[in-house]
Every structure is written in structure tokens, then in C-alpha cells.
Design a protein around this ligand. Structure first.
Ligand code: NAD
Length: 362
């Protein structure tokens, strides 16, 4: 069956990893027609926005998209395209499976966990007040008048909303996902001891939801700082982990680092109607345009996309080929740190050639 999928190459290494991904998907036997849509800084001149309406409409039409990373200016400039896309399509789940890949140089060989990150609120809600503005000063005065606490007048403020509805949705998703995937435990991560009305709410809703599943799936919770230490010492103790937005983002990079790096970590943004698949990593400006990027994360994101549209055999072929190429160890990109390298670091193109050859030989 032929599927039309929106492809947003993004910028930076996204251009290279998206091209590699397209080659691998073509080799896998899945029949995909790519509808190319643009996003990122380069769109501003033509469309007046980094996220054109045409791009959102393409995802709405096709229901499924895969996306490369988009650069977000740090501190100033336009807001994140990624956050805007997730919010406008109500992609409330960020799903990031993390697995050890033998031969990929991870610190552990037994990691098999899934990060389920709330994707629409928390400190990523984009509700911010710039230091020194009238609105920031009014808010500071209002908080003072409420007796809620004193904030220094020269503060910038970011708001952290966490709702019952969004928390229920994400925790429900985590438990349903655990059941469907034959997993055993869900862990909720929070800082409820300090942020009682945001993280505290997240924890109490998670505990309530967990009761509906207690006959099938175990539940526990961890304070985020202890969670980080536990992850670094023994990540095999975790199964499905559900997070508010910010901790989920940080934990994703931490988990990726434990299995060999950002070049290996795939992901998906999922809502009730639409799904946008994308790697955990960003646009990596330090290596962009040099054919040095590891495309594995985006290729594994494509495998998740193929599962999502029912092309399970093609997805399996891609995953098996990835495992085989890493096991052989003769075509590894420069980001992969293995103790005894069998080869000089290869380019993104050369890695992709090896992967395509592997799929064709299967
Ligand atoms: P990054 O993930 O781009 O890079 C961090 C480090 O990891 C860099 O040294 C980079 O070279 C390396 N790296 C990342 N992916 C790699 C790959 N596939 N192969 C080899 N090495 C890889 O994070 P950053 O530098 O903090 O962010 C750069 C830009 O990307 C920022 O503008 C940020 O906002 C954006 N970003 C976008 C997304 C997204 O579009 N979903 C996600 C994260 C960051």
C-alpha cells in the first residue's frame, strides 16, 4: 500500500539525516510518497514565519509526518518551531524509546526503557514575561500583593502550568502503551517535594490513574534528582517512565548518552489525530553540512513511523539492518565511541550506503 507522508527536513544536519532516512526507507520496501514541507529560520523570508501554515496543513492532510531538527535561537529571536508544531497539532505525547545497541559504544548493554514526556505544557508552555517590561513588573507586584512571595524587580519570569487534564492524558497514554507493548512498570518522575502545586498535582494525578491499571502494571515514582542518579547507576531498573515536559526533555538526552549518544535516539510526537516522528537530537550546527552526522536516530524514528502506519515488516527490516551494521562495526560515524574501533569514522553517506546494502542483502 502506498502512503503519503509529510517530510519536514528541518535545517542543520536535518537536511543530511532526512536524505539518508529517505534512502533507507526506500530500500526497506515501504512505498512512501514524500510531501516535502518547510520549517525553520529559512522560511521567515518567504513566509514571514518559521512555521508556515502550509506545513501544518500538510501534516493535517496526511496525518503522519517525519521531521528533521529545526534550530531555535538561544535566549532571543523566534520561539521554537518544534514546540509550536506540537502545540498546534495537539501532539501531547513525546515518545522516546531508548535501547542499547550492541557495538554502538553505550555505557550499558541492558537498557530498554521508554520515555513518555508530556509535550504541551510545563515550562515549555511559552508563557513568559521579559525582564523590565511593564507586564513583568505588574505580575511581580500582583504576586507580592497576593502574599505569594517576593520576586526581585529585575527578574524575567517563565510560567510552569501543569493541569489535571494534560497529566491524566499523558499518564493514561503511558499505562496503555505499557500494556500494548507487554511492559511491566510505569515510573512517574517529578519534584513534588518542592513544587507542590505543579509537580505535586502531576504526582497525585499519576497515582490516581495508576489505580485503574494496578492489576496489570506496577507503578512507582521518583524525585527527579534521585531519578538521574538511579539512571546513571543502573538504567536497567526502568521500564516506561512518564515525565512532565522539561524533565522529560533532559532525561531523554541523559538516557541517549547512556546508550551511545544522541545520534542513536529516535522519537515521536503523538496526538489523537496526528503523529510527527523526529529524533531526539537538534540541528547540531557544529557538524552541519559536513556529511558527519549519524542518521541512525532519524532512521529509527522512520522505523517507528512505519510501525505507526502498519508497515511492520519494513520497520523490522530497518531495525535488523541497523543492529547488523553496528554489530559488524566497520561503518561507524565519528560520534560513536567504541573501545576498539575497526574503522576510521565514516561519513553519513557511507554509513547510509552500508545500511542500504545490508537491507538489500536481507
Ligand atoms: P544538538 O542535539 O543539536 O547537538 C548536541 C551535540 O550532539 C553536538 O555536539 C552535536 O554535534 C551532537 N549530535 C547531535 N546529533 C547528532 C547526530 N545525529 N550525529 C552526530 N552528532 C550529533 O543540541 P544543541 O547543540 O543543544 O542544539 C542545536 C540546535 O538544535 C538548537 O537551536 C536547538 O534549539 C535545536 N534543537 C532542535 C530540536 C528539534 O528540532 N527537535 C531538538 C533539540 C534541539
Amino acid at each position: 500500500m502506498r502512503h503519503t507522508v509529510t517530510l519536514i527536513p528541518g535545517d542543520g544536519i536535518g537536511v543530511e539525516t532526512s536524505a539518508a532516512m529517505q534512502r533507507v526507507v526506500a530500500a526497506s520496501g515501504a512505498e512512501i510518497e514524500w510531501e516535502i514541507a518547510q520549517a525553520g529560520a529559512a522560511c521567515i523570508e518567504t513566509y514571514g514565519t518559521p512555521l508556515p501554515e502550509e506545513t501544518i496543513n500538510s501534516v493535517r492532510r496526511n496525518k503522519v509526518a517525519i521531521k528533521g531538527p529545526c534550530t531555535t535561537p538561544v535566549g532571543t529571536g523566534f520561539r521554537s518551531v518544534n514546540v509550536a508544531l506540537r502545540k498546534s497539532l495537539n501532539l501531547y505525547v513525546n515518545l522516546r524509546p531508548v535501547m542499547s545497541i550492541p557495538g554502538a559504544g553505550g555505557r550499558y548493554s541492558d537498557v530498554n526503557l521508554v520515555i513518555v514526556r508530556e509535550n504541551t505544557e510545563d515550562l515549555y508552555a511559552g508563557i513568559e514575561f521579559e525582564e523590565g517590561t511593564e507586564k513583568a513588573l505588574e505580575l511581580i507586584d500582583f504576586i507580592d500583593e497576593q502574599g505569594a512571595g517576593r520576586i526581585a524587580k529585575d527578574s524575567g519570569i517563565s510560567i510552569k502550568p501543569i493541569s489535571i487534564t494534560a497529566t491524566k492524558n499523558i499518564v493514561d497514554f503511558a499505562f496503555n502503551y505499557a500494556i500494548k507493548q507487554g511492559r511491566n512498570k510505569v515510573t512517574a518522575v517529578h519534584k513534588a517535594n518542592i513544587m507542590k502545586y505543579s509537580d505535586g498535582l502531576f504526582l497525585s494525578v499519576a497515582r490516581d490513574v495508576a489505580k485503574d491499571y494496578e492489576d496489570h502494571i506496577d507503578f512507582d515514582d521518583k524525585i527527579v534528582d534521585a531519578f538521574c542518579m538511579n539512571m546513571v547507576m543502573d538504567p536497567s531498573q526502568f521500564d516506561v517512565i512518564v515525565f512532565p515536559n522539561l524533565y522529560g526533555d533532559i532525561a531523554s538526552d541523559l538516557a541517549a548518552g547512556l546508550v551511545g549518544g544522541l545520534g542513536l535516539a529516535p522519537g515521536a510526537n503523538i496526538g489523537k489525530e496526528y503523529a510527527v516522528f523526529e529524533a531526539v537530537h537538534g540541528s547540531a550546527p557544529d557538524i552541519a553540512g559536513k556529511d558527519l552526522a549519524n542518521p541512525t536516530a532519524q532512521i529509527l524514528s522512520a522505523a517507528m513511523m512505519l510501525d505507526h502506519i502498519g508497515e511492520r515488516e519494513a520497520a523490522l527490516r530497518i531495525r535488523s539492518a541497523v543492529l547488523a551494521v553496528y554489530a559488524q562495526g566497520t561503518h561507524l560515524t565519528g560520534d560513536i565511541r567504541v573501545p576498539e574501533r575497526k574503522c576510521e569514522p565514516v561519513t553519513c553517506s557511507s554509513f547510509t550506503d552500508a545500511l542500504v546494502r545490508q537491507i538489500e542483502a536481507m
